[in-house]
Design a protein around this ligand. Structure first.
Ligand code: NAD
Ligand code: TYD
Length: 364
């Protein structure tokens, strides 16, 4: 595992211009000024350098625009920087998009991950440069999702031992990449960690996911398209708490372990949407109940998982990590951020995104 005493760790973070990645990059760049952080991101529709404006000139930070499907670029980066560790977040991440274009998810999430694993194996195992730190001081940290476990019924929690049973092309592609990471550990001895986190929310999330999409629509007085009967349950974690969990796992996990990350915070979609409406009405000075009138039940998502809920006991007990905010606090911070950053919201909701939204919105 990584050598915590080595001050000048060189860390490749992929997908650092996206939602979660931008919070991880900011945390590592500011908390570890001696580390050298390289952020590799293709800047797809979900990647945005505005998310990292405040740290773009930090001396320990480098941004590289590039695709994890570009093997030559990745091999060159590994040769140039001789990374000690990779934190891999780059992915196609939206279930609805995976239903309309599954192959894009196989390419980035499976083949892209394979390319990174191969590059790490090449430089850490096949032809290691002579220098300080052997294989035992390297780490491939793969960021995954609780969706790989499939769906729960009305009770129970996902533990690290729950068998994988992905139901969407997105979760199938993430499950596949998790398996390859594990296989590289077993077959080639690549030191790895995987964490499977529940639904994140917070600043910088692209407004195609439930919370930012609905904040955007409430602001615009657009319909709030609730899929099916709205009785689907998700377990929500504030993104900055997830970034802190990643930091904790990165520095303290034993090799080849997995951790489930979540805040024991389950919400039925319809209850969450009503809470969001109430808080936004207050903040916007609108009449109580006015945003709830925007709720529109629409055609359900195919293969819609009923319920996700994480048992986070392992990370709580072994690494002492716990979320720092309650859901109500996190949601308020999130809404405030979107209200203060309406230009960000406007810039990412113009053009192609508008067409995408209109296609999604079908009344039952
Ligand atoms: P996101 O869609 O906001 O960001 C993904 C980032 O990856 C973007 O910056 C994008 O430009 C980049 N990217 C996409 N394809 C790429 C490619 N081929 N090469 C290089 N960069 C590419 O995603 P997110 O919500 O921040 O999720 C980050 C990771 O966390 C993903 O692996 C996701 O599966 C996982 N995760 C997300 C959640 C969640 O609730 N959002 C929960 C658990 C796990
Ligand atoms: P989403 O944010 O897409 O995350 P995930 O599918 O990865 O859990 O969706 C969260 C929940 O909200 C999920 O049950 C689907 C539902 N949902 C809607 O009801 N309407 C919407 O417009 C969206 C985007 C999601």
């Amino acid at each position: 595992m990584i050598n915590k005493d080595k001050k000048k760790l060189k860390v490749l973070i992929t997908g650092g211009a996206g939602f979660i990645g931008s919070h991880v990059v900011r945390l590592f760049v500011t908390k570890y000024p001696d580390y050298e952080i390289v952020n590799l991101d293709a800047l797809t529709y979900a990647g945005n350098l505005e998310n990292l404006k405040d740290i773009e000139n930090a001396p320990n930070y480098t941004f590289v625009k590039g695709d994890i499907l570009d093997t030559e670029l990745i091999n060159n980066l590994f040769e140039k920087y001789e990374f000690d560790a990779v934190i891999h977040l780059a992915a196609e991440s939206h279930v609805d998009r995976s239903i309309s274009d599954p192959l894009a998810f196989v390419k980035t999430n499976v083949i892209g991950t394979m390319n990174l694993l191969n590059a790490a194996k090449k430089i850490w195992i096949d032809t290691p440069p002579s220098g300080e730190g052997g294989l035992e001081e390297k780490l491939f940290y793969h960021i995954s999702t609780d969706e790989v476990y499939g769906t729960l019924g009305e009770s129970g929690l996902f533990t690290e031992e729950t068998p994988y049973a992905p139901n969407s092309p997105y979760s199938a592609s993430k499950a596949s990449s998790d398996h390859f990471v594990r296989a590289y550990g077993e077959t080639y001895g690549l030191p790895y960690v995987v964490s499977n986190c529940s639904n994140n929310y917070g600043p910088n999330q692209f407004p195609e996911k439930l919370i930012p999409l609905f904040i955007h629509n409430i602001l615009q007085k657009n319909p709030l398209p609730v899929y099916g009967d709205g009785n689907y349950t998700r377990d929500w974690l504030f993104v900055i708490d997830h970034a802190e969990a990643i930091d904790r796992i990165f520095h303290h996990s034993e090799k080849n372990k997995t951790y489930n990350v979540g805040g024991f915070n389950e919400w039925k979609n319809i209850d969450l949407v009503k809470l969001l409406c109430r808080v936004m009405d207050k903040k916007l000075g609108r009449e109580e109940g006015s945003s709830e009138k925007l709720i529109t039940y629409v055609k359900d998502r195919p293969g819609h998982d009923l319920r996700y809920a994480i048992d986070a006991s392992r990370i709580n007990n072994e690494l002492g990590w716990k979320p720092s905010v309650t859901f109500e606090e996190g949601l308020e911070k999130t809404i405030d951020w979107y209200l203060e950053n309406e230009t960000w919201l406007k810039s990412v909701t113009s053009g192609a995104y508008q067409d995408y939204y209109k296609k999604q919105y079908k009344s039952t």
